[in-house]
Design a binder for this molecule. Sequence first.
Ligand code: F6P
Length: 326
Amino acid sequence: MKLFKRIGVLTSGGDSPGMNAAIRAVVRTGIYKGIDVYGIRHGYQGMIEGDIFQLQATDVANIIQRGGTMLKTARSKEFMTDEGRKIAYEQLCKQGIEGLILIGGDGTFRGAVEFFKQFSIPAIGLPGTIDNDLSGTDFTIGFDTAVNTAVEAIDKIRDTAEAHDRLFIVEVMGRDAGYIALNSGIACGAEDILIPEVMTDIEQVLCKIDYDEKRKKTVHILVVAEGDDFGGANEVLIRVKERFPNLDTRATILGHIQRGGSPSYADRVLASRLGYAAVNALCEGRNQSMAGMVNQEVVFTPFSQVQKENVLLCGDMLEMIQVLAT
Ligand code: F6P
């Protein structure tokens, strides 16, 4: 058992719904264990700037239901340099921070790996990103909410598509992974789903539209992942308009709407369980590992082994999508 007097917590990279619930769990578990918990604003950038302040249990009241992050976040270019990381370490020493909880995505863990090559301070990570693109956890904090947000938006778009007999191409986030597209597409009954993990055959996509047109299926929703190999919604739109100039076609890019909003119950529970486990793990002497949830159990993966992970297509999922969209 390691005794900590003072630990720091930060959120880094793109914000994701549930980060606040994770901060709350970290702060309250730390205080319960007699540890002073300090918030670091703006992720690694705040570490460099020494933007560090003490958090009381009441400071994290009324945040479990809020999107964004009360600690603010950033993607720090300075932290990618040896000099930046050195200043960050000096700031931690100056403030007496003896352990860290890092909440973020793959950039956060890549930064951590570089930092710990140079400096030694116990740290545990939590997977916080809407993209769900990390190994070592079934789900990342924020993914469930982001998919629900996309589903709600696409359902609304379907109403308009139906009313006007229109074809809609909807682009969702996910960087270079297709988790949000695949899951929101299935949940909305999309006619086609384009994800980076499956090479897009645009001819096949156009043939399907043609087939649906001929059999008078007037509503067509195509969900495209922003990282698809063919391109995003605008690229697909050009090809659809070229081939079907008489079709009423629109492209919608959902964008950052998917990052905000009140976290779903699933993200709140995931964030609470992982935040609680992370502080306990730190006290048990675990170090430089990310806490993830696999089959409902908390597991730890060394930062160096946390990989960017793309969609693993199980069984006949692609065939299922085509069959259900007929
Ligand atoms: O990683 C989360 C994410 O929202 C990605 O899905 C997206 O590609 C990227 O961040 C957008 O980043 P920014 O907010 O910096 O434009």
